[in-house]
Design a protein around this ligand. Structure first.
Ligand SMILES: Nc1ncnc2c1ncn2[C@@H]1O[C@H](COP(=O)(O)OP(=O)(O)OP(=O)(O)O)[C@@H](O)[C@H]1O
Length: 318
């Protein structure tokens, strides 16, 4: 088995908010104890409702923020702030909104070449241009697009520019943070197909963050389901979609439209609101909304257990 491109062990991030002269700050537990690894050429999807910690995880893996706990290994090297600069080429990110993530005053050529100017100062202008043109072709942009501005493109094409920019430094891992959520449904599948094609050609590892399980079903090899900053289920795509073990996963899947009869489920309507990450329940974080919850769930937090397919639940589905 080849070495994973990224390994996270109990990766955690909390934030201190509020507080003042006479009051202590509160702790927001944005991400707690996330563990996973991704092999070259494979996709790990992270799913969950808004606020469950997906973007926090993306920021930690792309070395934008430091974890407050746990360890991250990129390309076989422990990632600590001391060596972040040497690891930045390994991982790049594509954001949800290509309009917001591209500099609208720059032409496509300049957008693509900027990472090389910063990170490959030894490269000549001609080499940078050649690389930009190569990446444009790889993502399906035409040569004449090199001199155009982002506002002259459709949403799908802008996301192609963002993907090309992310590939300029030849990363081994792409963090895709809701990469198709802002696109029309008809364009989503084009961009997803492009991403899958690039993965195969370049043997890229993907950390694919999404709230949309129907998108995830197309792209994921493995899946982490997050709830209130914690992984509650982990498994292969087939394990999680065909035999979900955590009640929260079942509820999410029941709300996902599918054309496959064997995956259709009776709709489970979750009661109550997602609790605040400022006030995470003592026991299982899902207990206040869970129809199976017993006393033990309200007092003892279940660990993620299992061989391969793992669940953090005292009463998992059989
Ligand atoms: N810098 C910060 N300071 C304080 N709290 C934060 C900070 N960043 C994130 N949080 C909180 O951490 C929790 C997780 O946020 P995060 O953005 O990771 O969730 P998410 O799953 O990506 O949600 P969304 O899909 O809405 O972006 C949220 O409750 C958020 O308010």
């Amino acid at each position: 088995m080849t070495a994973p491109v990224v390994t996270a062990e109990n990766l955690s991030r909390h934030y201190l908010v509020g507080g003042g002269l006479f009051s202590k700050p509160n702790t927001v537990r944005a991400l707690a104890e996330a563990s996973f690894s991704i092999q070259p050429g494979k996709t790990l999807a992270v799913v969950g409702e808004s606020g469950c910690g997906k973007s926090t995880l993306a920021r930690l893996v792309t070395l934008i923020e430091e974890p407050t706990g746990g360890a991250l290994t990129l390309d076989g090297k422990a990632a600590t702030p001391d060596n972040w600069d040497s690891l930045r080429d390994t991982v790049q990110i594509v954001f949800q909104d290509p309009y917001g993530s591209l500099n609208l005053r720059q032409r496509v050529g300049a957008i693509l070449e900027e990472p090389l100017i910063i990170n490959r100062p030894q490269m000549s202008a001609a080499e940078r241009t050649a690389k930009a043109r190569e990446m444009m072709q790889l993502v399906g942009l035409r040569p004449e697009h090199y001199d155009r501005f982002p506002h002259m493109f459709s949403g799908g094409q802008r996301q192609r520019i963002a993907i090309a920019r992310a590939l300029m430094l030849e990363p081994k891992l792409l963090v895709l943070d809701e990469p198709v959520s802002a696109l029309d449904l008809s364009i989503q599948s084009q961009v997803l197909n492009l991403l899958m094609d690039l993965q195969e050609r370049l043997n890229l590892a993907y950390l694919f963050i999404s709230h949309d399980l129907s998108v995830v079903r197309h792209v994921a090899d493995d899946l982490i389901v997050m709830y209130l900053g914690r992984p509650v289920e982990f498994g292969s795509r087939d394990q999680v979609f065909n035999t979900p073990q955590h009640p929260y996963t079942k509820a999410l899947l029941s709300a996902t439209p599918t054309t496959e009869p064997h995956l259709r489920r009776e709709r489970i309507k979750l009661q109550g609101e997602l609790p605040s990450p400022l006030n995470v329940p003592d026991g299982c974080p899902f207990a206040p909304r869970c129809w199976k919850a017993q006393d033990v769930c309200r007092h003892t937090r279940p660990e993620l257990v299992g061989e391969g397919h793992q669940t953090a639940c005292h009463f998992p589905e059989e």
